[in-house]
Design a protein around this ligand. Structure first.
Ligand SMILES: Nc1ncnc2c1ncn2[C@@H]1O[C@H](COP(=O)(O)OP(=O)(O)O)[C@@H](O)[C@H]1O
Ligand SMILES: [Mg+2]
Length: 358
């Protein structure tokens, strides 16, 4: 009876032949295998992924199944999944949010390129994979996140307001996201005329005084540009890294590269570039047009040696859903663009996992 001979040790040995293609080590050495069970030639084990949004899930499942099936006497293999996000920030004594494992700033050279739209839909795509996600609207001068998530104060969003409990501000929660924005604290149409140091103070307060709880990912929607305020922000928040959003136009790209270089100078890792409004697919005939000449983001990524995370087309529903406070990803979950967002979120989570293992 050969199957009686298969042991847990054999299974681990077989799995130590399976590499994580990103982390370039085997699954056993990475501590990703747990709960190995062997019974009558039937094997089960759990792979603990470094992110629930792992795009390599299928590959790891197939590779490890194949490896274990090669053992003599194995009749069936059951692979289960779990995940544990590795914390990665420049942890310092003055870390104001020690329970937040990763902070991802979304930045752009100029406004109107879709930074907030992307922040919202990426946050939702990560949360869709069961990650715990917060969305911090740090665009002090033009906060739009509450509007986009249907929690703008005074919009009839009863019960969706910030309140304090035990001396801490409790974030607004909607669609499974914890949300904080300066918009929750301002009177309607009050212009914000703060200068850099005041902005930094407000940002610090939103980190220190808000009860964010435990988060796998905090997405931070930064103000556009490369000014004083951005600089202060980038230095105030312990960042895992930054995502740069651009559109394909030459001008937009040039300023995006400028923003990217600023973060590099500040030693903030660049997690990748996203190209928005990349192309347009005609809803009537299905023909694709590269209105602004797509592909610039990918090329900039190659030239600068930073990851390219993906491209998002121009789509009227994307704009409408943002205006109406009903996020695209939730309104059109089966659309191609929602799949693109899921892919980009996976690519992003993957870059973070790679960074955490370095
Ligand atoms: N891919 C897209 N297709 C169509 N409209 C978009 C797209 N991305 C963003 N928009 C719209 O463009 C405007 C600016 O986007 P926004 O996310 O607010 O940019 P930013 O935060 O960079 O200023 C918004 O009205 C938004 O709905
Ligand atoms: Mg914005």
């Amino acid at each position: 009876m050969p199957n009686e001979n298969v042991t847990e040790k054999d299974v681990l040995r077989a799995l130590s032949q399976v590499q994580d293609p990103d982390l370039k080590k085997d699954l056993v050495a990475l501590g990703m295998i747990k709960d190995v069970r062997v019974k009558d030639g039937e094997i089960s084990f759990t792979i603990v992924l470094t992110t629930p949004a792992c795009p390599l899930k299928n590959k790891l499942e197939n590779d490890s199944r194949d490896a274990v099936l090669k053992l003599p006497g194995v009749k069936a293999v059951k692979v289960k999944f779990d995940s544990s996000v590795v914390p990665f920030k420049k942890i310092s004594a003055e870390d104001l949010i020690p329970q937040v494992k990763n902070t991802i700033a979304v930045a752009s050279g100029k406004g109107g390129v879709g930074k907030s739209t992307i922040s919202v839909n990426l946050a939702l795509a990560l949360s869709d994979c069961l990650a715990k996600v917060g969305l911090f609207d740090a665009d002090i001068y033009g906060p739009t996140i509450p509007q986009m998530l249907g929690v703008k104060s005074g919009n009839g969003s009863v019960g969706k307001e910030v309140y304090a409990k035990a001396g801490k501000i409790i974030p607004v929660e909607n669609f499974n996201l914890k949300i904080i924005s300066i918009d929750f604290f301002l009177e309607e149409s009050t212009p914000v005329i703060w200068r850099g140091p005041l902005v930094a103070g407000a940002i610090q307060q939103f980190l220190r005084d808000v009860d964010w709880g435990e988060l796998d990912y905090m997405i931070i929607d930064l103000p556009p540009g490369t000014g004083d305020a951005q600089l202060t922000l980038a230095q105030t928040i312990p960042l895992t890294g930054v995502v740069i959003v651009t559109t394909p136009q030459d001008v937009a790209k040039k300023i995006a590269v400028k923003a990217l270089k600023l973060f590099q100078q500040l030693n903030v890792p660049i997690l990748g570039i996203i190209e928005n409004m990349s192309y347009f697919v005609c809803p009537h005939c299905g023909k694709r047009s590269d209105i602004f000449n797509s592909g610039g983001g990918r090329k900039a990524g190659q030239d600068l040696g930073v990851p390219f995370l993906g491209e998002i087309p121009l789509d009227m529903n994307l704009r409408v859903s943002g205006d109406e406070g009903e996020p695209f990803l939730l309104k059109f979950p089966d659309s191609e663009i929602s799949q693109i967002f899921a892919q980009i979120a996976g690519n992003l989570a993957r870059q973070i996992s790679i960074l955490s293992h370095k």
